[in-house]
Ligand binder design. Sequence first.
Ligand code: ADP
Ligand code: TRP
Length: 327
Amino acid sequence: MTTPQPRRILSGVQPSGKLHLGNYFGAIKQHIALQNEGTCFYFLADYHSMTTVQDAELRRTLTREAALDYLALGLDPAKAIFFRQSDVPEVCELAWILGTVINMGLLERAHSYKDKVAKGIEASVGLFTYPILMAADILIYRSNLVPVGEDQVQHVEITRDIAEKFNRIYQEVFPLPNYRLEAAAKVPGVDGQKMSKSYGNTIEIFADGKPLKKSVMGIVTDATPVEAPKDPEKCTVFTLYKLFATPEELAALADRYCAGGMGYGEAKALLLAKIDAFFGPFRERRKQLAMDSTYVEDVLRDGARRARAEAMETMAMVRAAVGFAKE
Ligand code: ADP
Ligand code: TRP
């Protein structure tokens, strides 16, 4: 009989800019909910960010900001192990070792690399080997569940291939990880396309006052006159309102769309009030956390200490398995 493995959940986020509603409903909300379902390892992927950001001060700032965002939104460092990827440099050693058991072909098929090359962006070696570092992230903590967005599924599949191959060539060291796709469908941006930093169509989680109002009032709607009935299902304002409203509130707003006589401005005002009520407390919490100059650093250091102990345990197994001198 095999003993069931403890559930280890792992995910990384690239510290790359201001978080938006799509990030929250598509990823962060689930990360936070999973804190109660196993041992969670969540990290800020600052090694990975080197494939796009090449400014030391900017990386430091973005990493701190992303940590504050997560902590304000409910990441509890007493439950999850929260750390900076670069505080566990052993992951780079594992990435090297894993790189020697897989073939070029596997990486040449990776979307993240293929897409950039197709757009004519010159790819660094780091961008090409990005999935190996991600595999090392997952395997070094012997994770079995990786909650990700759709764009990262292929990377988790590559990780399984790599783990399987390593286990076959050397010794059974790594559990094979599974991905878990985030439930929320695509959250639309103010222009109706998928909300994304790269499309400049976001509503930021931590915006408030005028800038928030400006984003919400700027949601693109059609030219149906105020008096005419409107189809709620075709309206971005309504789709976003769904993320916050109770079923009764939703039904009430749908009735008003269908009855006619309500302008989109009114629906936008209702949405704005919902966003404010929902994220207001998180914004306050973020302000408080930011006032404590050492809090974030203390949390990340403590997380790194715990993560590193796990990583070193795995590396001892890996080093023995590949024939390095025993410690
Ligand atoms: P962006 O597209 O703004 O650069 P990222 O690629 O950094 O966002 O995504 C971080 C996480 O948020 C991923 O897990 C991704 O699937 C999720 N996410 C991003 N945008 C959306 C969206 N519009 N709807 C749902 N989930 C999203
Ligand atoms: N590549 C992921 C992203 O861009 C971030 C990441 C790095 C990650 N290492 C990981 C996600 C390991 C899950 C598991 O979103």
